[in-house]
Write a protein that binds this ligand. Structure first.
Ligand code: SLL
Length: 210
């Protein structure tokens, strides 16, 4: 038996974007159904590059109201397009190239059909604009098998860009800005808490003095 060699102390990652886009059918009925939207759920590379060198297949588990809710996609693009009327959680199971010896990875995505009230700039959501909900993630392979490690190294991967661009929702700049927003929110929340604690103390002191 050939022994499996792992790359001790090494890890290697691959970025992915997963999620859905949805457009309303505006009363255009699909058959005699009560469907209101057409949507696509997908797992992709950052620049829509081919990820099939390390992804063997993707299984999307839809809501049980769908016929054949287990949709297994064996080749790229790893996506499912459907119509429907409701939002629900989709279980995404990514199976890796068998040479990896890696267990499948399970992700969850809440299918989003309805926009938030505003488009982010304070304007109402434009009727024709697709609603999108995507997540960025990096799949980390710890101490991968050497053949899989070599396979990953041999294939080009695209990373998110440094700066924000109209074509990329995810960038290092956006990540940095989000981190700064979170830090600011944590700071102002702790200031609020401190303020309220002080007020409580004052009121308690007033009460006991009565
Ligand atoms: C809801 N909890 O009530 C959710 C369930 C299910 C959506 C949403 C079915 C399509 C079909 C469909 O759109 N299911 O029957 O072909 O909102």
């Amino acid at each position: 038996m050939t022994s499996i060699k792992r790359m001790k102390g090494l890890s290697i990652s691959r970025p992915i974007i997963y999620g859905n886009s949805a457009t309303p059918l505006h009363g255009k009925k699909v058959g005699d159904s009560d469907h209101t939207h057409r949507w696509t759920i997908s797992v992709r590379g950052v620049n829509n590059e081919d990820i099939s060198y390390f992804v063997r297949k993707v299984a999307f588990k839809l809501h049980d109201t769908y016929e054949n809710p287990n949709r297994v996609i064996e080749k790229p693009p790893f996506e499912v397009t459907e119509t429907g009327w409701g939002e629900f959680d989709i279980i995404i199971k990514i199976h890796f190239n068998p040479v990896s010896g890696e267990k499948p990875l399970t992700l969850y995505h809440h299918l989003k059909l309805h926009p938030y009230e505003e488009d982010g700039l304070g304007n109402p959501w434009p009727k024709q604009k697709p609603v999108t909900s995507y997540s960025y993630d990096e799949i980390v392979f710890n101490e991968p098998i050497d053949t899989f490690y070599n396979l990953l190294q041999e294939n080009q991967t695209c990373n998110i860009p440094l700066k924000k661009t109209p074509h990329h929702q995810f960038s290092l700049q956006a990540e940095q800005e989000e981190a700064e927003r979170i830090e600011k929110a944590i700071k102002s929340t702790s200031q609020e808490i401190a303020k309220h604690r002080e007020r409580c103390k004052r009121l308690e002191a007033e009460l006991s003095a009565k």
